[in-house]
Design a protein around this ligand. Structure first.
Ligand SMILES: Nc1ncnc2c1ncn2[C@@H]1O[C@H](COP(=O)(O)OP(=O)(O)O)[C@@H](O)[C@H]1O
Ligand SMILES: Cc1ncsc1CCOP(=O)(O)O
Ligand SMILES: [Mg+2]
Length: 269
């Protein structure tokens, strides 16, 4: 990892303003659109089978998130994913709650078979489920905290030939050879729904900026964890989770190469 290259992506994303096409869930869709704007990219949420292939032609990255997946939306994901592969733009996959039901497991497997995915971002339970582990989730949240996350990320990266990001107390990014661990974060990030989905949107924003997808993944993942840490530190006394969420968005909006370079805590192995 080249820290300077990753840091420079914070200016580059605002300069290039990539269009990030999302096919995502109905719970966090608005937050994903706003976080994409906050980091300097542009979101478009288009889910209809009639238009997704055309929309991909305008996009610089495609984010696929199965949080509230339905059959029709899944068909749109496959059409959009194939169009993105043909166009050569990155596909970023968020397998929300994949271990929770057999339907989610089935469609996630089918998506990974039919679409060449560039980056996968999930919590440890979700990534474990994708690689065939028991991957227990409670709804959409990680349940078992006892994973060897670096091994898991590398196994998944090799299995799917892509960059894998496993978020958690410590976030891990692996391309199968290199691994980085991001130590920033705050437990309050787990008390706001959508911080995982928004992380995937941030990764999509950076992946639409550069074809160095390992660096893009590190930038997106660390942006959320560092912004969460700063939001918690800078909250006024007595503030709760509502103000934290607003502050989180502000911190992402204000994050730049200088703050990131000074405060990000990354360990390479
Ligand atoms: N125990 C924790 N301590 C600090 N930060 C955490 C913890 N668990 C998750 N996070 C952070 O919360 C954000 C969302 O990650 P996560 O909760 O794993 O995603 P998801 O919402 O998809 O399950 C990330 O920035 C991650 O680093
Ligand atoms: C609660 C919930 N249920 C279906 S999708 C969703 C949002 C999940 O968001 P995240 O994984 O970022 O917490
Ligand atoms: Mg999630």
């Amino acid at each position: 990892m080249n820290k300077k290259v990753v840091g420079e992506l914070f200016s580059l994303v605002r300069c290039r303003n990539p269009l990030v096409h999302h096919i995502t869930n109905t719970v966090t869709i608005n937050d994903c659109a706003n976080v994409t704007l906050a980091i300097g990219a542009s979101p478009v949420m288009a889910t209809s089978v009639e238009e997704v292939e055309e929309m991909v032609q305008l996009a610089n990255a495609l984010v696929l998130n199965i949080g509230t997946i339905q059959a029709e939306t899944f068909s749109a994901m496959i059409l959009a994913g194939k169009a993105a592969n043909e166009k050569g733009i990155p596909v970023i996959f968020d397998p929300v709650g994949v271990g929770a039901t057999s339907y989610r497991k089935k469609i996630a497997g089918e998506l990974l078979e039919k679409v060449r995915v560039t980056i996968i971002r999930g919590n440890a339970s979700e990534i474990d489920s994708l690689v065939g582990g028991k991957g227990k989730t409670r709804g959409v949240d990680a349940e078992d905290k006892s994973f060897d996350v670096t091994q898991l990320a590398t196994k998944a990266a090799n299995l799917f030939s892509c960059v894998v990001v496993v978020s958690g107390k410590v976030d891990v990014v692996s391309n199968g050879k290199e691994i980085v661990q991001i130590e920033n974060g705050d437990t309050w990030l787990t008390k706001v729904t959508g911080t995982g989905c928004m992380t995937t949107s941030l990764i999509g924003s950076f992946a639409g900026t550069t074809d160095d997808y390992f660096s893009a993944s590190i930038a997106g993942m660390s942006a959320m964890s560092l912004a969460g840490e700063r939001a918690k530190k800078n909250l006024s006394e007595g503030a709760g989770i509502g103000q934290f969420k607003v502050k989180l968005m502000d911190e992402i909006f204000h994050l730049d190469e200088y703050i990131w370079g000074k405060e990000v805590s990354i360990v390479e192995s």
